[in-house]
Write a protein that binds this ligand. Sequence first.
Ligand SMILES: Cc1cc2nc3c(=O)[nH]c(=O)nc-3n(C[C@H](O)[C@H](O)[C@H](O)COP(=O)(O)OP(=O)(O)OC[C@H]3O[C@@H](n4cnc5c(N)ncnc54)[C@H](O)[C@@H]3O)c2cc1C
Length: 339
Amino acid sequence: MSFRITWIEAQRSFEAAATETVLEAARRAGVALPSECEFGGCGTCRVKLVQGRVQYDEPPLALSPEEAGAGYALMCQARALADLAISTERLLDAPAPARRCNATVLGTQALSRDVTRLMLACEDGAPFVFRPGQYLNVLLGEAGARSFSMASQPGSGEIELHIRRIDGGYFTETLLGSLHPGDTLEVEAPLGGFGYHEEDYRPIVMAATGTGIAPLRSMLAAMMAAGDAPPIELYWGARTEQDLYLHDEFTQLAGRTEDFRYVPVLSRAGATWAGARGHVQDAVLAAHDDLAGHALYLCGSPAMIDDARRAFMARGASVRYLYADSFTFQHPQPAGEAV
Ligand SMILES: Cc1cc2nc3c(=O)[nH]c(=O)nc-3n(C[C@H](O)[C@H](O)[C@H](O)COP(=O)(O)OP(=O)(O)OC[C@H]3O[C@@H](n4cnc5c(N)ncnc54)[C@H](O)[C@@H]3O)c2cc1C
C-alpha cells in the first residue's frame, strides 16, 4: 500500500509506501526534505502535518507527546498511515547549498580544560557563507563525519569552532590535539536548520549547555549587529566557573546592552559562586512562571533539550516558537555517559 505525500511549500508530491519512512520516500523521489541525524534525535526533519496521520516504530526522541499532539511529525521516523499534506512553513531556508572544501587549520587554543577553539579557513579563499546557528561536518573518511557549530560570524574567510573533548573520542581527543597551523581538514558546510526566526518578534530565552553556546553566540552577534532584536535572556549551563569560557564576553555584552540579560548556571559550583546553581533549564523555570509569550532557543546536550522542551511546554511555551539544536552523538553513546 502507498500514500501520496504533498509538501505544501515546495509544491512537490511523491508516493510513500506504508513500509518506508517519509524521508526515505522523499529521497527516492528526489525531493530534498530537510534532515540531519536520521534517527529521530535532532528534530531537523520536523514538519507540521496539515493533513493525514503517521505512525512510528518507537516514539522519536526529538518529538515530545505535546508536539505530536500539536500535529508535528519527524519525517525520518514517520511512516504514513494516509495521504499526507506536510508543511515546513516555520523552517528557515538555507542561505547556501552545502559544499565541500579543504579547510586549512589556522590555529587551536585551549578555552577551558576540555574546550578547544579551532580556527579554520577554506583553502580556496572563498568567504564562508552560512546562517548563524548552522554547523559544519568535518569529514574523516572511513571514520565518518563529526559535526561542529560555527561560533563565528558568516562572510569572513575564517571559521571559529568550540570543540569539547569527549573521552575516547576519535576526533576530539585523538586528532584535534595533533592539529597544527597549515594542516588540512575536509569539511562540508553549511548544514542544519537551526537559527534565529526574526519573524517571531517576541522576547527570547536562549538556553545552552557547554559548547552548545557556540551557535547561540553566532546568532547573538548577528542579532546585535542588526540592532532590532527583541529582549534576550541567555542562560548558559556549565559544571564549574572554569567551564564558562565566554563569561567575560557575555558579562560585558550584558553591561552595555539594555535588553540583554546573561545568566550563567553552574551544576557543580564552588562555595564562593554567587550565581544560579543547578540545571540550566531549572534556572529558566525559576525566572518564568509563564513562557507562553516567548520564543525559545535550546542548544547542547540531548538530555537538557529533552528535559527543557517538556518543562517549558508545561509552562506554556508553544512548540511553534521552540527551536532546538541537539548535539546528538554520531556514534552509540556508552551506558551512563553524562554530558
Ligand atoms: C548538529 C551538531 C552540532 C554539534 N556542534 C558541536 C559543537 O559546536 N561543539 C562540540 O563540542 N560538539 C558539537 N557537537 C557534538 C560533536 O559532534 C561530538 O561531540 C563529536 O562528534 C565527537 O566526536 P569524537 O570523534 O571525538 O567522538 P567519537 O569517537 O565519535 O565518540 C566516542 C565516544 O563518545 C561518545 N560521544 C560522542 N559524542 C558525544 C557527546 N557530544 N557527548 C557525550 N558522548 C559523546 C560516543 O557515543 C562514543 O562512544 C555537535 C553535534 C551535532 C549533531
